[in-house]
Design a protein around this ligand. Structure first.
Ligand SMILES: Nc1ncnc2c1ncn2[C@@H]1O[C@H](COP(=O)(O)OP(=O)(O)O)[C@@H](O)[C@H]1O
Ligand SMILES: [Mg+2]
Length: 272
């Protein structure tokens, strides 16, 4: 299958910087998959994300979105419509005083006819479970609700890929749960391709794939269970692993499962 996003040996240095921030990234994101990107602060996650919809262009190498080169100016609009971005701070993403106007803002700017906007806004709000709040004032919502409205605003552009750059960083545990549940459902039920950037290990457990970044390079890539089972590597990167993995690792048992029940079964067998 053709990947929907493809990085080919991407190197990147900020114009005003001296150090290389991306150091030869090769990455393919399959359509409909849920990919989590984990890495400590400064590892280059946001820089990577901004290459996915041509906010940044590689210094060398290539990024292709649905086969379109992000460096091709003629394709810029198409690329921006294909890949929607959600950022850390929901307050910076609110542009209107009523939830439904906020969600309508982007499609209005794209020149979508008003009858279709109505449909898209309602559909997007339902998809994030915020339809009942459509007449509310966004600034009075909780952090998790605001972030779900921001996601609805991106969905109203009908993108094929949703890239979320630490969308839960400013939220309390409940808000974090709401956002992760929402994006997981969008992937599983609507076939949306999701790239979730995070530094919370527990947000990666439900992903199809986990990519670990360190110092501008990908240092691990596989299923969450596969990646977390590399306990020494994760420790070296200053990243946590799930409790199940840690217990199995300490007992010298195979760490290929993240599920608490299978973990308990492995331990019971060992004790027998
Ligand atoms: N606009 C910029 N100009 C110069 N350096 C930057 C800029 N933005 C980020 N950096 C540097 O790039 C590195 C990676 O940053 P970033 O991609 O934001 O990492 P992360 O999202 O993983 O925390 C950091 O060392 C940061 O200081
Ligand atoms: Mg970042």
């Amino acid at each position: 299958m053709d990947p929907i996003i493809r990085f080919e040996n991407v190197h990147f240095t900020y114009p005003e910087g001296e150090e290389e921030i991306l150091r030869g990234v090769d990455l393919q994101i399959e359509k409909g998959s849920f990919v989590a990107v984990l890495g400590h602060n400064g590892s280059g996650k946001s820089t990577l994300a901004k290459h996915m919809n041509a906010i940044l262009l590689p210094s060398s190498g290539k990024v292709l979105v649905r086969g379109m080169d992000t460096a091709d100016e003629a394709k810029l609009l198409d690329i921006r419509r294909s890949v929607g971005m959600v950022f850390q701070n929901p307050d910076n993403q609110i542009v209107a005083n009523v939830v439904e106007d906020d969600v309508a803002f982007a499609p209005e700017n794209l020149g979508v006819p008003s009858a279709e906007i109505r449909q898209r806004v309602d559909a997007a709000l339902r998809q994030v479970g915020m339809y009942d709040f459509r007449m509310h004032a966004p600034h009075l919502l909780s952090g998790g609700q605001k972030q779900r409205v921001a996601i609805a605003g991106v969905l109203a552009m009908e993108p094929e890929v949703l890239v979320l750059d630490e969308p839960t960083a400013m939220l309390d545990p409940q808000g974090r749960g709401e956002v992760i549940q929402t994006v997981t459902r969008l992937c599983r039920e609507k076939g949306m391709t999701v790239v979730l950037i995070t530094h919370h290990m527990e947000e990666c457990i439900g992903a199809d794939r986990l990519v670990v970044m360190s110092n501008g390079a990908i240092v691990a890539d596989g299923s969450p269970a596969e990646v977390f089972s590399q306990v020494e590597l994760m420790e070296r990167e200053g990243l946590d692993v799930p409790e199940t993995t840690r217990v199995l690792h300490e007992l010298g048992l195979p760490t290929e499962t993240l599920d608490a029940e299978s973990c308990a079964r492995l331990i019971a067998e060992k004790l027998r």
